[in-house]
Every structure is written in structure tokens, then in C-alpha cells.
Ligand binder design. Structure first.
Ligand SMILES: C[S@@+](CC[C@H](N)C(=O)[O-])C[C@H]1O[C@@H](n2cnc3c(N)ncnc32)[C@H](O)[C@@H]1O
Length: 225
């Protein structure tokens, strides 16, 4: 199975946890769930999408490759003894200690989904992995305001796309390693400088003073060797 660098990195972050259940939220064709289930051992992976047809399509795709357990609406991946359960739902009810991946959706939707899980964020010790392609600062703002304790973050470059990947959990204390507005992943590498320029150009194209604060934050970024 050919796994993209983005998904490989999501899995690497997932492997830092020993959860019983891993969620691929907003799963579309469940590629993240499938990759997780081929890489982890003896785990349950739940792939959820809000659109019923999408779940049907994912099911038709997986049924060609893995054994389907009809009464559970799930697939068994023999090599790793992982089960993949497909769900058509908007609201979910994770258990304590679960790991949740939110990738490929905008930062605003991601923050809305987190808001809908608010009562569980602290009480269930959930671990989150994020990779949003747009509205990244809106997600970061939500994470800053809600005391997200950052475990790790990194920038992944693939096919001219820049993926910011973050993992960690919510805390009711002041986080020891808080999220920042533009991240702390910056390295002295050509692709990091290229991404920085993209961000800087985006915030400086508006000639009013609207983004002065963001531009100041960007100017303060240090590239580590
Ligand atoms: C671009 S796909 C992301 C696929 C995958 N997560 C990835 O990163 O490769 C976005 C998916 O989010 C689903 N979606 C949108 N809002 C949702 C919600 N509130 N709950 C669950 N799924 C949602 C859409 O139906 C769509 O299939």
C-alpha cells in the first residue's frame, strides 16, 4: 500500500499513544483509517463521515481488499488484527483515552467539531492529531484559547503542499508547551523558508493595517538549525 508522507506522519503521531480506539474523523474514503489499521496492532479504528454516500463508497472500496464483518459493519485487517468500523454520523461519542485524527478539513470546521466535543475534551483524556489544509490560524486560535497542550508539531512538504501536523491534548491548566499562532516547527531548510514566504506574502498583500499583528508575529519567527 502506497501511503503518502502526510498520512505516514499522522500515523507516526498516532503511534506515540497506546489507545484502544483511533478515530479518523471526516474520513472521506477512509484512507487514513485504512493506513492506521495496517500499521497498528490489535486496535479498533473508527472512520466517520457526515455523508452517507461517502461511507458507502468507502465500504465498496475496502470490501475489495479486506474481510467484511456484516453484523458489525466493519472490516478485519488480518495482518494486524485491527478492525475498521465505518460510521455515517455527525456526532461521535469517544471513550476515555481515545486518539482522534482530524485532517483534510478547514480549521473553522475543525474548531466547531472540537466545540461539539467540549464536555469530553478534558474529562476523557482524549489525544488529538490535526492537519488542516486551510484556516490554520483559526484552528490555532481555538487551541490557544482552550489550553491545548502541544506534544509535537511539524511541517511536512509533499507535492508542493505544506502540511502543518500537530498533536496533543486539552488541559485545564496553563499548558507547558502551548500552541502558538504560527507554530514552533520552523527549521533552517529551503522548504520552510518557502512556506514562510508564502505566509508572509499572504498577510502582507492587504495594504491596510489589518494584519500588522500577524506580520509582527511572523517577523519574530526563528529558523532553527
Ligand atoms: C477532504 S475530505 C478529508 C478526507 C481525509 N480526512 C483526509 O484528510 O484525507 C473532508 C470530508 O469531511 C466530511 N465532513 C464534513 N463535515 C463533517 C462533519 N461535521 N462530520 C463528519 N464528516 C464531515 C466530508 O463529507 C468529506 O468527506
Amino acid at each position: 500500500m502506497n501511503i503518502s508522507l502526510r498520512i505516514q506522519t499522522l500515523i507516526k503521531h498516532a503511534k506515540t499513544r497506546d489507545s484502544t480506539t483511533y478515530w479518523d474523523l471526516c474520513c472521506d474514503q477512509a484512507h487514513i483509517a485504512e493506513s492506521l489499521a495496517t500499521e497498528l496492532t490489535n486496535k479498533q479504528v473508527i472512520a466517520v463521515d457526515v455523508i452517507e454516500d461517502i461511507i458507502e463508497k468507502a465500504k465498496n472500496r475496502l470490501v475489495q481488499k479486506y474481510s467484511y464483518i456484516p453484523n458489525e459493519n466493519s472490516f478485519l485487517i488480518y495482518s494486524t488484527k485491527c478492525k475498521v468500523l465505518l460510521k455515517n454520523a455527525k456526532n461521535i461519542n469517544p471513550n476515555s483515552g481515545d486518539t482522534l485524527i482530524l485532517a483534510g478539513i478547514g480549521g473553522i470546521l475543525c474548531a466547531e467539531i472540537l466545540q461539539s466535543l467540549k464536555k469530553d475534551l478534558l474529562s476523557k483524556n482524549l489525544f488529538f492529531i490535526f492537519c488542516v489544509p486551510q484556516q490554520k490560524q483559526q484552528l490555532r486560535k481555538f487551541l490557544i484559547e482552550n489550553h491545548f497542550e502541544l506534544e509535537a508539531e511539524e511541517l511536512v512538504t509533499e507535492n508542493d503542499q505544506f502540511h502543518e501536523i500537530m498533536s496533543g491534548c486539552f488541559t485545564n491548566e496553563i499548558p507547558k508547551n502551548p500552541v502558538t499562532f504560527f507554530g514552533k516547527f520552523w527549521k533552517n531548510l529551503p522548504e520552510h523558508h518557502h512556506y514562510y514566504e508564502k505566509l508572509y506574502n499572504h498577510y502582507s498583500k492587504n495594504k491596510s493595517d489589518k494584519y500588522n499583528h500577524e506580520l509582527k508575529l511572523l517577523k519574530d519567527i526563528k529558523f532553527l538549525d
